[in-house]
Write a protein that binds this ligand. Structure first.
Ligand code: SF4
Length: 736
């Protein structure tokens, strides 16, 4: 709405003034304190009128009729300063007879527009600029000193452990080379060889030498704790770098608000002034370590939003540790550090990078449920006459209901028109603007379902305009319209290219070519695959091929699989994880198992997960869980397991979505089945097997049950360091 009004005003000026210029660049180079500062800007309109050169800015505002009437050039200080600056720059360029003009458009229900003239105040502008330049140069000087200090310590910084683990030195060299040369490195290294230290330490050194920062992106809080331990160790040796550990907004917001209302939240009021008054930034320059807890402790008593403080500090931290989302999800990406070429100053480390493609797929696969649209429409009944926002929202929702009624009576792919969804996005954005003014005394809304829906809808509409690598499907049984991100690599490509360097690490990124595409590197990444350094005799790996876990043979082989599992347990009792391709398969097999066991539940909260893990620590039974689940990846069982048993190659569920992914990659690379099923499935298998040996002292067996492990394409995905010559060495014949 704002954009249209803006264009409308420009068109009108163009008709009225033949010399109208909407693209006029104004720039001027200042010499200040031995520095050269180039200032430039582009006003919305420049034209001649009555012998004056008029510079006009067009601004949309949301204000009640009364407030809008009261607006003068004096009480719109920011707009006025912008105009003053343009006029001052033109004056320095030698222009005379200048006039500033502010055209205001009210987007609120009451509407209206007004034009305010502004006489140039060159003296005030010169003083403002001088003060701003002084502040800017002081900040540059402070940063320069900080970086010089870091550069100085880069050579002195010692590895935080007394000795290196096997392969760690090679890791250090590879990461240094990639980080320093601006490369993209995919590093596969088995767990237990000190990956976090082996990557973070050389990356920090490279960052200090090159005046760069580091963003360490993780999928899990547990990994953040490991990085915290490392930072504390390095700090013991007085390393002067600052670090920031980000905590989710939902955990930090004292109001538990679903959506921030930046204009009215008491914790954001006078935020910039408070940031200047309190010493957070100074402490960053002195090498502080901040996290959600110590920020909240200090920010809340002075009415500052802890999340906003954390975001502000991200700009100053030498190392930022946080979730993937702050880098890769456009809705919450930290623009102040990544946007406007900011990423070029950052070395990005992606932990457990094999998880990233699925995260991106989730992020770009939003859905709209008919039941929610209906519910929201019903909740507006009776309100529609009260505020025009409600009236407009009801009409928007009614149009959506109509749209759903035209969808096919089937579960099937659907085509969405990009331009239709661009219009719908604009409508939803306008509704949110109107919501902010209705009723006028609304401050923080904890969880308004309509506002939440509109925000989610806008994201859906944006994905509908992405084109390549996206598809849409309608499920008429659940009445859900779903976006489906077919190709996460396409969504990641530009982001990955924008960083100075990227280190993507994981226990396994095999096949490398598949992950290079899924992570958006394509042919830009180099690969380093480190082999397991622990003694081969510590783990007994075997394949039992007499059964098939194919769906069509399930009923036939489930009793036999249970028998094999019971036999392994009887031969060497102890704690075993048994991983299945699905809950259904796990439950069906559990009915035949005679040994003591504990079952992973589909829904487990933090407490029940901890109880489960406590039982694993006690050992002595089978722990039945699913491949790719919370117990199969990213969790350690140090010295607790006698073995890991894996039932089948863990292929994703056969369904319309996976089939659409398969078709897409068949079309792209001619390997749809591998990309949609085999590679993700075998990655889960290798991740799950990796739960067993995490140190030199861990011992146990890894058993793979299914004939497919000996067949292509699964066979060639069995890690090379699991056998000497050929996979068949691992085959164990079952006794009956
Ligand atoms: S700005 Fe306000 S609503 Fe938003 S997270 Fe901070 S305290 Fe919560």
């Amino acid at each position: 709405m704002g954009r249209n009004a803006h264009i409308h005003r420009q068109m009108m000026l163009k008709r009225r003034h033949p010399d109208f210029n909407g693209e006029h660049q104004i720039s001027y180079r200042f010499d200040f304190d031995q520095c050269s500062i180039n200032l430039r800007g582009r006003p919305d309109a420049v034209y001649r009128e009555d012998n004056f050169l008029v510079v006009e800015e067009i601004k949309s505002v949301l204000a009640s009729a009364e407030a809008f009437q009261g607006y003068t050039i004096e009480n719109l200080n920011n707009f006025r300063t912008q105009l003053d600056l343009y006029l001052y720059l033109l004056r320095l360029q030698g222009q005379d007879h200048l006039r500033g003009r502010l055209h205001l458009i009210n987007l609120a229900e009451s509407g209206g527009d007004k034009t305010l003239d502004c006489a140039a105040d060159f003296e005030r502008t010169a003083l403002l600029l001088e003060a701003a330049f002084s502040r800017l140069l002081a900040e540059i000087e402070r940063r320069r000193n900080h970086y010089l200090n870091l550069k100085f310590v880069a050579d002195e910084l010692q590895f935080p452990f007394p000795t290196f683990r096997p392969q760690q030195k090679r890791m250090l060299e590879e990461v240094s080379a990639a980080a320093e040369s601006g490369g993209r490195l995919m590093l596969s290294a088995p767990t237990g060889i000190g990956k976090t230290a082996g990557v973070l330490f050389p990356a920090l050194k490279a960052a200090f030498q090159l005046d760069k920062k580091i963003y360490f992106a993780t999928a899990k809080t547990t990994q953040r704790l490991i990085v915290r331990g490392l930072v504390d160790r390095l700090k013991l040796k007085s390393a002067p770098f600052s670090a920031l550990f980000l905590t989710a907004r939902a955990k930090l917001c004292p109001l538990e608000a679903e959506v921030c209302q930046w204009d009215s939240c008491q914790y954001i009021c006078d935020f910039e002034d408070k940031m200047k008054r309190f010493s957070f930034i100074e402490e960053m320059y002195e090498g502080a370590v901040f996290d959600g807890e110590n920020i909240s402790r200090r920010a809340l008593p002075v009415n500052m939003c802890p999340f906003a403080v954390a975001l502000a500090l991200a700009e100053y931290a030498d190392l930022v540790v946080g979730d993937y989302n702050y880098v890769f999800d456009p809705r919450i990406m930290i623009r102040r550090i990544f946007a406007d070429e900011g990423a070029a100053k950052i070395i990005l480390i992606i932990d457990e990078a094999h998880n990233l493609p699925d995260r991106i797929r989730d992020c770009y696969s939003p859905e709209i449920a008919y039941s929610e649209v209906e519910f929201l429409l019903a909740s507006l009944k009776g309100k529609a006459s009260q505020w025009s926002f409600h009236k407009n929202a009801a009409s928007f929702l009614r149009a959506l209901v109509k749209f759903f009624h035209h969808l096919p009576e089937a579960v099937c792919p659907v085509e969405l028109s990009s331009s239709d969804w661009s219009d719908l996005q604009a409508e939803a954005e306008t509704l949110i603007m109107q919501f902010n003014l209705t009723p006028s005394d609304i401050s923080i809304v904890k969880s308004d379902p309509l506002l939440k829906f509109l925000n989610e809808f806008i994201w859906f509409a944006k994905t509908a305009q992405l084109g390549e690598g996206m598809a849409y499907l309608y499920d008429n049984q659940r009445r859900i319209l779903k976006a489906l991100c077919l190709d996460p690599g396409l969504r990641l490509k530009d982001t990955m290219a924008s960083f100075h360097s990227v280190i993507a690490m994981s226990a396994t990124l095999a096949p490398n070519e598949f992950f290079a595409e899924m992570l958006g590197f394509y042919d830009r990444a180099s690969n380093v695959n480190l082999l397991n350094p622990f003694p081969a005799e510590n783990r007994k790996i075997r394949i039992i091929p007499e059964v098939s876990t194919l769906y069509k043979f399930r009923a036939r082989f489930v009793p036999k699989i249970a028998e094999v599992i019971d036999r392994i347990y009887a031969e060497q009792p102890g704690g075993y994880f048994v991983f299945f391709p699905s809950y259904a398969y796990m439950q069906e097999t559990a009915e035949w198992i005679k040994s003591p066991f504990l079952l992973q539940q589909a829904e487990m909260n933090e407490a029940s997960r901890s109880d489960f893990l406590a039982e694993v620590a006690k050992g002595g039974k089978l722990f039945l869980a699913v491949l790719g689940g919370v117990f199969a990846e990213g969790v350690d069982y140090p010295g607790q397991l006698a073995g890991v048993i894996i039932v089948g190659p863990g292929l994703p569920l056969y369904c319309l979505e996976t089939e659409m992914i398969r078709d897409y990659f068949d079309h792209c690379y001619g390997r749809g089945f591998e990309y949609a099923y085999v590679y993700p499935g075998m990655n889960r298998v290798i991740q799950a097997a990796g739960r067993l040996i995490r140190s030199e002292t861990d011992r146990g067996s890894i058993t793979l049950i299914c004939s497919r492990f000996l067949q292509e394409p699964y066979r060639s995905l069995i890690p090379r360091d699991w056998y000497v010559e050929e996979v068949e060495e691992l085959v164990v014949k079952s006794r009956n």
